[in-house]
Design a protein around this ligand. Structure first.
Ligand code: APR
Length: 251
């Protein structure tokens, strides 16, 4: 594990042409969005409402939307930080093939990455979707309706359950996005993993697939992860400080 001697890692970045980024909530904490498993994370303050409970229980839907209304202002106010911007720099240098993210905050797109290069494995919290007809409304509108008393809002078109357009535990993953992520992982020459505890499957298997296919695996994370042992290098540090020093490599 290297603390902050990044000469080797910078050399790998400069020598790579098909980098795939893989990010978790840790890349957004410096934008004011809490991650999930740090001591002050989302799961330290909220119980998990999984997909089965959401679709089968009105109380579950009310709790889910209560949590959403509490978390939405910070998510909405967040701006991309230097970690997000570093990935956008790699894209402008022609080095970044795709950015696979578990994050739902939309900050990679707002940092300048084209939307078709950002593979959102767990969906997006910027919109709410009807589980029956698929109609979408903005999260601003959905939260306004909850705060106006509609504690578990229904679709205005078909009466179905409205849910933030994220993938909850137990909810099917987006097949097309997963297939593109697997393909990108198998074709990359370097996978740069940032800000993920790498404990949630199937997402956490994507960096493993990249390594198995011959890519270099570089992990930047505040804490240990289960993939540290197979990584070519682990940089223990804050993503906002580390990534610009990696992405600026070609400058
Ligand atoms: N710089 C580097 N690492 C950081 C930073 C930072 N500024 N902030 C937090 N971290 C690290 C934490 O130490 C932790 O190891 O980022 C990791 C975040 O891990 P999680 O909170 O588990 O988030 P993530 O890996 O994205 O969770 C995966 O779990 O709850 C589900 O669907 C949710 O997409 C999420 C999935």
């Amino acid at each position: 594990m290297r603390q902050m001697d990044l000469a080797t890692e910078r050399g790998w970045i400069v020598g790579a042409s098909r980098i795939v980024g893989f990010t978790g909530a840790g890349i957004s904490t410096e934008s004011g969005i809490p991650d999930f498993r740090s001591p002050d994370g989302v799961w330290a303050r909220n119980r998990i409402v999984d997909f089965q409970e959401f679709v089968s229980s009105e109380d579950g839907r009310v709790e889910y939307w209560r949590q959403k209304v509490v978390s939405w202002p910070a998510m909405r106010a967040a701006e991309p930080n230097s970690g997000h911007l570093a990935f956008a720099d790699l894209y402008r240098q022609g080095r970044l093939d795709a950015l696979v993210t578990q994050n739902i905050d939309g900050l990679h797109q707002r940092s300048g990455l084209p939307a078709d290069r950002v593979l959102e494995l767990h969906g997006t919290t910027t919109e709410a979707a009807c589980l029956s007809c698929g109609d979408r409304i903005s999260s601003d509108e959905a939260c306004r309706r909850v705060e106006a008393g509609e504690r578990a809002p229904r679709c205005r078109l078909c009466g179905g359950f409205l849910k933030p357009a994220t993938i909850s535990f137990g909810q099917p993953m987006p097949v097309d996005v997963m297939e593109r992520a697997w393909r990108a992982a198998r074709n990359c020459d370097l996978m740069l993993v940032v800000g993920s505890s790498l404990v949630v499957e199937p997402a956490a298997s994507i960096p493993r697939a990249a390594k198995s296919a011959g890519a270099r695996l570089l992990i930047v994370n505040r804490e240990r992860t289960p993939l540290d042992g197979i990584a070519d290098s682990v940089v223990r540090g804050e993503s906002g400080a580390v990534l610009p020093r990696l992405a600026g490599a070609s400058a």
